[in-house]
Design a protein around this ligand. Structure first.
Ligand SMILES: *Cc1c(COP(=O)(O)O)cnc(C)c1O
Length: 455
């Protein structure tokens, strides 16, 4: 069958307010052409992020009702802990309000001044928390991972020779090795089991603990099942269990592959680090059986973890992403290849060669998409990364627009609608204007800057 069928029915709906092109032109003009400044009810298809935007199932909502809000020793915690341990058999499971809180605790304990923390690619909050501790965040993804056109099936892999070299020369400064699965910053690209095993071997050789930043572990496991030799007959759950058997611990944002709107955790085997982590948790998040969460949130995660490894779900999820990617490729829109697990990235600089990088082709495309169809995407390019600390500008490595797809929220006809809007926009792409920034803060300007079209 070529029809992609959502493996769920819809019981509760949220209306989408249908707007016109004229209304949207006015709304985005008033927002200073910054899509973060829009009210989200003026957006028809919101592809800004897949984080915290999942639709929960009926079983999760009933889990919410059975949540126990006891301050200490809640049964919700024990249900959460056993659901985590069923997939990720770590000795200590410490709940936090989201992924970055787990990172903050981990790097406060493990990193610090003068240290270096290697990863395939650090996600931005991970990098920021490593740096906040005084350490340096080092990215060691394989060279194929940096080339948007390369079709390598596991572009998230770590360059294990580079890791080995770094550990040989600077073992004393490296307290921990991280691996991001899937590699979000690199386009949602997976890491192979073979590479995970090789990273483990290097870590063993130098006696360094290995931690996963595991936000999209289920999507990664599904890619292993479908792309790596020897895994086709294994269940996703078995693959997930094998994957985590190679790690000493993990940080997690439950806002991704735990199918909830808030939550996270830090899990690890080391007793000393776990005790320090719980002490910090009490200072910054809460008592160790609830972390920064309500009991009901822990129950929603427990159920979400069982649902995320269901193969019908993952088959539909990945097929739907690939369907979108293929349609764009067929109409001549350049995208980052292969399509990752949670998003399609359009190469706006190649698509709009008439707009120089310092006139923000990614911003132009993102604004165009909103005006055309009420679709909100995210510029990941010169607006986000182009400002140097001294206030001058340089083009980012790439000017991308990310279409991140929330889990279980949109149907296949929504995806078809997105494709049709991009088709319409493609026809008038040469008329899309460049932009200039008229107002911007010193840091993280993409959230609040105001723009105007040039000409
Ligand atoms: C989202 C994300 C985080 C941070 O998690 P939050 O829940 O947003 O704090 C860390 N690493 C990766 C790879 C992520 O995608």
């Amino acid at each position: 069958m070529k029809t992609i069928i959502e493996p769920f029915r819809i019981k509760s709906v949220e209306p989408i307010r249908i707007t016109t092109v004229e209304e949207r032109r006015e709304l985005v003009r008033r927002a200073g052409y910054n899509l973060f400044s829009l009210h989200s009810d003026d957006v028809m298809i919101d592809l800004l992020t897949d984080s915290g935007t999942s639709a929960m199932s009926a079983a999760q909502w009933s889990g919410i009702m059975s949540g126990d809000e006891s301050y200490a020793g809640s049964p919700s915690y024990y249900r959460f802990e056993s659901a985590v341990r069923e997939l990720m058999p770590f000795k200590h499971v410490i709940p936090t309000h989201q992924g970055r809180a787990a990172e903050k605790i981990l790097f406060t304990i493990a990193a610090g001044q003068g240290m270096k923390v290697p990863s395939n690619t650090h996600f931005d909050t991970t990098r920021a928390n490593v740096e906040m501790s005084g350490a340096e965040a080092v990215d060691l993804v394989i060279p194929e991972g940096k080339d948007p056109a390369n079709e390598h099936p596991f572009k998230g892999n770590m360059d294990t020779d580079a890791l080995d070299q770094l550990l040989k020369s600077e073992r004393d400064r490296i307290p921990i090795v991280m691996l991001t699965i899937t590699n979000n910053t690199g386009g949602g690209q997976p890491v192979s089991m073979e590479n995970i095993r090789a990273v483990r071997t290097v870590c063993d050789r130098h006696a360094v603990p290995l931690f996963f930043d595991a936000c999209r572990f289920a999507e990664n496991a599904y890619f292993i099942k479908t792309r790596e030799k020897g895994y086709a007959e294994k269940s996703v759950k078995e693959i997930v269990q094998e994957l985590f058997s190679y790690a000493d611990g993990m940080t997690m944002s439950a806002k991704k592959d735990a199918l909830v709107n808030i939550g996270g955790w830090l899990a690890l085997n080391d007793d000393t680090w776990a005790e320090q982590a719980r002490n910090m948790l009490i200072l910054t998040e809460g008592f160790p059986t609830y972390g920064g969460l309500a009991g009901r949130d822990l129950d929603a995660i427990a159920v979400g973890l069982r649902e995320i490894v269901e193969e019908d779900y993952l088959r539909y999820r990945i097929a739907s992403m690939q369907y979108l990617g293929k349609a764009l490729t067929n109409m001549g829109v350049p995208i980052v290849k292969p399509v990752g697990g949670h998003a399609v990235y359009i190469d706006a600089r190649s698509l709009l060669p008439h707009i120089p990088p310092l006139q923000y082709p990614g911003q132009s495309l993102a604004v165009g998409l909103y005006e055309e169809g009420g679709i909100r995407a995210c510029e990941i390019g010169t607006v986000m990364f182009g400002r140097r600390p001294d206030g001058t500008e340089e083009p980012a490595a790439l000017d991308l627009v990310r279409l991140a797809v929330p889990r279980r929220v949109y149907t296949q006809s929504h995806v078809d609608y997105v494709i049709e809007c991009i088709e319409n926009l493609y026809r008038r792409k040469d008329a899309l204007p460049g932009y200039r920034i008229v107002e911007q803060p010193r840091f993280l300007r993409h959230f609040t800057a105001r723009f105007e079209p040039i000409g």
